[in-house]
Design a protein around this ligand. Structure first.
Ligand code: ATP
Length: 379
């Protein structure tokens, strides 16, 4: 079991000249065996949340519950959790064997031979069996991180807590280790809270992702749910790469007015948002902007300022007055800087946000398919 609940968890630091609310009334549940990723920009409170769960920071308010037992005031070693850090935190003077087995030696009464057996099994699982007699300084970054993982796994905790464990690795190794950690977590079926600032890591690894900003939870959901159905402009801009484009528009009945274009909403959308504010922000993802004929409804003429070939895709930058929009189009498109092109924001792909609060007014209507069982029966 490893069901973790944070109920109104708050952490306030004394910042000298005033309080710093690092985590603000966080309500979050990690299901047993779930891989939950905490993601958000620097300073949003990810590490503080993790450190509070681990017991390395006391909470100012709220409670932490593990398998229905409050553990808010328990010491770290009483929490049955294992943490993996960005900087590996290995003991430099100990061999890999001792690094992996050390926690068991000091916290359990297992015999020497039992510890040896578990160290060897863990090392085999992580494919570092041949490194057991080496010191951390003899290992690559990826190998050191495997040792750090081994040290966490061997304790057979109820929860793994991982704080940016892949940040010190180069891009290629990071991608490989991402898959390995995911696989390992699935095999071990241990509830995991994984912190990263990298939205790609969050999207590819998490069963669910929790997006934080300014210490506040913005949304928690499956990766594709957050991509297709962001609850606000912050989430919409944070999830997805390159980021969603935003344009301030003014709504006049079914028409959205921008300095550079007028955009007619489909009748059903116009009706659905009839009570929404008139100041809106239109959101369109780069991968959804489409090159089109100039006579298509809602086509906008614009100049291409920069072209970045990426292989299968080309990122093109489009002049929209005081803004530049990014579009990701097919790599075969023959577009050059200086070309004037027609583009459209397909009607089923646009998002609309309240221009004042950033709250979602309308999400794209294509995209995420609702599973049959979630569709309400019509009667
Ligand atoms: P990063 O990705 O940069 O590590 P983060 O999302 O993990 O950022 P935290 O490290 O949790 O963010 O910090 C959240 C806020 O709390 C920040 O404003 C930070 O400056 C502040 N903070 C964190 N630790 C302390 C501390 N010990 N004393 C005072 N303020 C702190």
């Amino acid at each position: 079991m490893g069901r973790l609940e944070l109920n109104g968890m708050t952490k306030v630091f004394d910042g000298g000249s005033g309080d710093i609310v690092a985590v603000d009334e966080l309500d979050l549940t990690v299901k047993d065996g779930e891989f939950l990723v905490l993601v958000g920009p620097s300073g949003c409170g990810k590490s503080t949340t993790l450190r509070c769960i681990a017991g390395l920071e006391s909470v100012t308010d709220g409670e932490i519950v593990l398998d229905d037992t409050p553990i808010t005031d328990n010491k770290p070693k009483e929490r049955n959790m294992a943490m993996v850090f960005q900087n590996y935190a290995l003991y430099p003077h100990m061999s890999v064997r001792k690094n992996i087995g050390y926690g068991l030696k000091i916290t359990t009464d297992l015999s020497k031979s039992e510890i040896t057996e578990r160290v060897e099994d863990t090392a085999e699982l992580l494919e570092i069996g041949d490194l057991l007699d080496k010191r951390p300084s003899d290992l690559s970054g990826g190998q050191q991180q495997r040792v750090a993982l081994g040290r966490a796994i061997i304790r057979e905790p109820e929860v793994f807590l991982m704080d940016e464990p892949l940040s010190n690795l180069d891009a290629k190794l990071r991608t490989t280790m991402r898959t390995e950690i995911q696989q390992l977590q699935q095999d071990l079926n241990v509830s995991t809270v994984y912190v990263t600032h990298d939205q790609t890591e969050a999207m590819t690894m998490g069963d669910r992702i929790a997006i934080l900003d300014g210490g506040e939870l913005q949304q928690v959901g499956e990766p594709m749910e957050c991509y297709h159905e962001p609850t606000n402009q912050f989430v919409a801009g944070f999830i997805g790469s390159p980021s969603m484009n935003f344009l301030d528009v003014e709504r006049h009945e079914e028409v959205l007015e921008h300095d550079r274009f007028s955009y007619t909403l489909p009748a059903d959308v116009a009706k659905a948002i009839a009570d929404a504010p008139t100041d809106l922000t239109l959101g369109i993802r780069p991968e959804h902007i489409t090159l089109c004929d100039s006579d298509r409804e809602n086509a906008v003429q614009t100049e291409v300022t920069v072209v970045e070939p990426m292989g299968e895709l080309v990122h093109i930058y489009l002049d929209f007055g005081d803004q530049t929009l990014t579009a990701s189009v097919d790599g075969g498109a023959r577009v050059q800087a200086g070309d004037v092109v027609s583009v459209v924001f397909p009607e089923d792909k646009i998002h609309l946000f309240d221009g004042a609060t950033g709250e979602t007014v309308k999400n794209s209507t294509s995209g995420r398919q609702v599973p049959d069982e979630q569709v309400a029966p019509s009667n």
